[in-house]
Design a binder for this molecule. Structure first.
Ligand code: SF4
Length: 326
């Protein structure tokens, strides 16, 4: 789906296949032909169960790994297969925040070194990088005087602020945030989400916000994409997708999100999915969701549905032969 603004990031037919576990087994398609855009300054939420390929998608976009096929276009330039050397100047624009703040920070480095590192890689002097690190500590709500401490001296929420400061060191335009609050206590989650929203407004950042918690995604995103077994099954404006999910998988995910009104929560319909997601090493034929889908028909077992607009005039696309509300 394209947005009205020229996209900052454009993904087309992207696939990532990893070698199978055994010598003769088929490759595992962790990401299986996905396409989407992210506009400058917007937040696209990428949601789905564990193992659906959303984190692999994030790692592809910042080119920590190289895609098997398809394209990643950033600011009009195809970066899909650029060498690490050619990518180096672009790395300042594309940064990542990781899920577990403590395990993503080097315990043997001071915060000054951790935040400065991306700047040193880009050629800043040690003095310039330290000055910038002090500014970033302040920007993310940390005490600049603590800059020579080590990660273990900070709480989980503070450590994630350090991770965010590191991601902002090179003034990126796009930040891929991979489950940035899921390892934190609920009260701390809200603080980090508030911080990310403030930073977006102040700095004009675009986020790809990867999460399995649809409540958090609803709060922070402009649009949302739902992934299942390496494919996008629904994508659209947040308000539309949350109010009128068209794909049975999206409907099931949303039916599990707690409602703030206790009376509504008691009477709401919950959709229980059968079983676990199939292994990406052996995806079912046709619609890969069909073994768990309450609406599956014979055609679903043989023909894979394409992502398409199901309600004219709505900014919402769905990959389903029998979408809700069509
Ligand atoms: Fe369910 Fe069929 Fe739609 Fe797949 S295509 S989600 S199996 S109804």
């Amino acid at each position: 789906m394209t947005t009205s603004a020229e996209p900052l990031l454009s993904i087309r037919d992207l696939t990532m296949a990893f070698p199978g576990k055994r010598a003769r087994s088929a490759p595992v398609r962790a990401v299986d032909g996905i396409s989407f855009d992210v506009a400058a300054g917007e937040t696209l939420g990428l949601v789905g169960e564990s193992g659906c390929g959303k984190s692999t998608t994030g790692r592809l976009i910042v080119r920590l790994i190289e895609p098997t096929t398809g394209s990643i276009t950033y600011a009009g330039r195809d970066i899909s297969h650029l060498s690490q050397r050619t990518l180096k100047p672009l790395r300042k624009d594309l940064q990542m925040v990781f899920q577990d703040p403590h395990s993503s920070l080097n315990p043997r480095q001071t915060v000054a070194r951790i935040i400065s590192d991306p700047l040193l890689v880009q050629g800043s002097s040690a003095a310039q990088a330290r000055k910038r690190a002090v500014e970033l500590m302040d920007l993310v709500g940390l005490i600049p005087e603590h800059i020579d401490r080590y990660p273990h001296e900070f709480s989980g929420g503070q450590a994630q602020r350090i991770g965010i400061a590191r991601s902002l060191a090179t003034s990126p335009r796009l930040v891929v945030a991979d489950e940035p609050v899921s390892a934190l206590d609920v009260s701390v989650q809200a603080q980090i989400v508030n911080l990310m929203e403030r930073l977006q407004q102040e700095l004009g950042l675009a986020y790809l916000f990867i999460a399995h918690d649809l409540s958090v995604v609803k709060r922070v995103c402009d649009r949302v994409a739902v992934m299942y077994l390496g494919r996008i099954v629904e994508i659209g404006d947040k308000e539309r997708v949350y109010a009128a999910p068209a794909h049975p998988y999206t409907r099931a995910l949303l039916s599990a999100v707690p409602l703030p009104d206790p009376a509504a929560e008691r009477t709401r319909e919950r959709i229980t999915l059968l079983g676990d997601p199939p292994s990406p090493a052996a995806p079912p034929p046709g619609c890969t969701f069909h073994p768990r889908c309450p609406k599956a028909q014979p055609i679903c077992r043989s023909e894979a549905p394409l992502l398409r607009i199901t309600t004219p005039g709505e900014a919402q696309e769905t990959a389903c032969h029998f979408p809700e509300g069509a």
